[in-house]
Design a protein around this ligand. Structure first.
Ligand code: NCD
Length: 527
């Protein structure tokens, strides 16, 4: 999203928080502040309204929702757009239509569309935005916006925006620093996961994670917070947290998402809930100026923030949920184009996929290497060397089998597991006589299956080219890759026929581009 237009938010995908740059998020909060003030003071709010009756705002909620759906509905009505509530039960899902087909069809029913989508499948909006953008480009129609209203355990960016707005409001719009306690089900809570990026609007961030082991923040989000420079402390329970002095002025509670938990964890729910629920005896130990927030819903009888606190000064969650309406008015205003013309900041930086996956190694000796006992010397052909170097024999054999299957090496060839020159590490070798070259697309596939291997290209008994492979920055367009997260839109059994795509993550893993689940590099292949 580097190119600027006078309406920079039209047709944007807001699938994760970072789909808006920090400048854009701050712009959203600024607009929300103006809208909230104008509405509460009864001022004329016409300049904020889109008044575009050709704009279709589709509420596609494939999971239950009260606040998110109703605040979006009211925000869309504020703008005077068409509001279409997509009825899942009476739709063609019952006839096994894919969500992808359904949305492509709905896109055709309005001159301009904004889709607000909640799904238990992670990465749904990223995929739908990609596929509908392709459709709109081909048909020469205006692009549609997709807004993620919560996708499985992944993210909930619009909740994040209203949460950050509420924190800023509480901190008198000062974004120098924040000290925030995150309490409850940090493992399943998508509103907590979105904080890893959302809190970046503050220059300095101190986070206290309060959750028993079973409900701890997933390592991916923990690392993201660390990488963003947040200072993080961890506590097992509110009791443990209160046994020290440095308490956060802002506390963000979440409910225990029992519906997403396995039986084992669910059986311990009473104990887990006890660790993260406020009790009357806690109150004297919490500063009277502290504010509590909660994305809601609360459990009716067993809430983590009990009802006796509703009419106390701790209650920040009522105003927070009201802020959902104002932030969503601002967001629809931005993606529909009535807001954003005066935005002057940075747009999101596109991810950089320019890194190389192969490097040529100088061929010092032109003579072909003698490839050990069992491998027939190759006069003309390929020798793939250093496969799985340093791994156990079992892992290297599996690796060799995988390379042969995926690369379709059903030809005269040989392979084996051998000791390397140093005599310390094992490695796999595949030798293929007769085939002396590999093009870049084949090398890229091989680099993805067997990073750190080398390929020797041998002609007339001489090595003519030697390349060392490393993990490509992005892997796509290969039939044999697939996301292994059953809750991802790209998981093949979910039947949406998604274009699989992975992005390099560290030295030995890939992230699914949709659900962002880390996969060890060996895991991305279909079984
Ligand atoms: C949250 C959600 O759905 O992720 N609620 C919300 O959108 N206001 C939190 C939850 O379900 O516990």
């Amino acid at each position: 999203m580097s190119e600027r237009s006078d309406k920079p938010f039209i047709g944007r995908n807001i699938s994760v928080v970072r789909d808006l740059s920090i400048d854009e998020q701050l712009y959203l909060y600024d607009q929300t502040r103006k809208i909230k003030r104008a509405i509460l003071q009864g001022d004329n709010v016409d300049s904020f309204r889109s008044k575009d009756s050709d704009l279709g705002c589709y509420l596609v909620f494939l999971e239950d929702s009260t606040r998110t759906k109703e605040s979006f509905r009211n925000a869309a009505k504020f703008h005077g757009t068409k509001v279409n509530d997509f009825d899942v039960k009476s739709s063609s899902f019952a006839k096994k239509e894919t969500l992808t087909d359904t949305i492509r069809m709905l896109y055709g029913y309005s001159a301009r569309s904004v889709f607000v989508v909640r799904s238990k499948l992670e990465g749904t909006c990223s995929w739908l935005h990609k596929v509908v953008s392709r459709y709109s480009e081909l048909a020469g129609l205006p692009p549609a916006s997709f807004i993620n209203a919560g996708d499985g355990r992944h993210e909930h960016p619009t909740q994040e925006f209203l949460d950050e707005f509420s924190f800023l409001e509480q901190l008198n719009w000062n974004n120098d620093s924040i000290h925030l306690a995150l309490v409850g089900d940090l493992f399943h809570g998508r509103t907590v996961h979105s904080k890893a990026d959302g809190l970046k609007i503050f220059s300095s961030v101190q986070i206290d994670l309060i959750a028993p082991r079973e409900l701890q923040l997933p390592p991916y989000y923990y690392k993201k917070m660390l990488d963003s420079g947040y200072s993080i402390r961890e506590f097992d329970s509110i009791d443990e947290y209160l046994s020290q002095d440095s308490l956060a002025p802002l506390w963000y509670f979440t409910r225990l998402q029992l519906e997403r938990m396995g039986d084992k964890v669910r059986d311990k729910s009473e104990q887990l809930r006890h660790a993260v629920s406020v009790r009357p005896d806690h109150i004297p130990h919490i500063p009277a100026s502290a504010k509590f927030f909660h994305p809601l819903p609360r459990h009716g009888t067993l809430p983590t923030i009990p009802h006796f606190l509703d009419s106390t000064a701790f209650n920040g969650w009522d105003v927070q949920s009201m802020n959902g309406y104002f932030t969503r008015i601002a967001l629809i205003g931005m993606v529909s184009g009535v807001l954003g013309m005066d935005f002057t900041g940075q747009s999101p930086v596109e991810l950089d996929f320019s890194g190389e996956f192969l490097s040529d190694v100088p061929v010092t000796s032109k003579h072909k290497p003698s490839f050990k006992v069992g491998i027939k010397p190759v006069d003309h052909g390929l020798v793939i060397d250093h496969i799985g170097k340093g791994d156990s024999p079992q892992v290297i054999w599996d690796h060799i089998e995988k390379i042969r299957r995926i690369m379709d090496f059903n030809c005269i060839s040989s392979h084996g597991v051998y000791l390397g020159y140093s005599g310390k590490n094992l490695k796999g070798i595949i030798s293929i006589p007769g085939k002396a070259t590999m093009d870049d697309s084949q090398l890229k596939i091989l680099a993805t299956i067997a990073p750190n291997s080398t390929v020797n290209m041998i002609e007339n008994a001489q090595v003519v080219r030697k390349v060392r492979l490393s993990m490509p920055p992005r892997v796509y367009g290969i039939d044999s890759i697939a996301c292994k997260n059953p809750d991802c839109i790209a998981f093949p059994d979910n039947g949406e026929f998604v274009d699989q795509e992975f992005i390099r993550y560290g030295d030995d893993a890939f992230l699914c581009r949709y659900c962002e689940k880390p996969h060890a590099y060996r895991e991305i292949w279909r079984d």
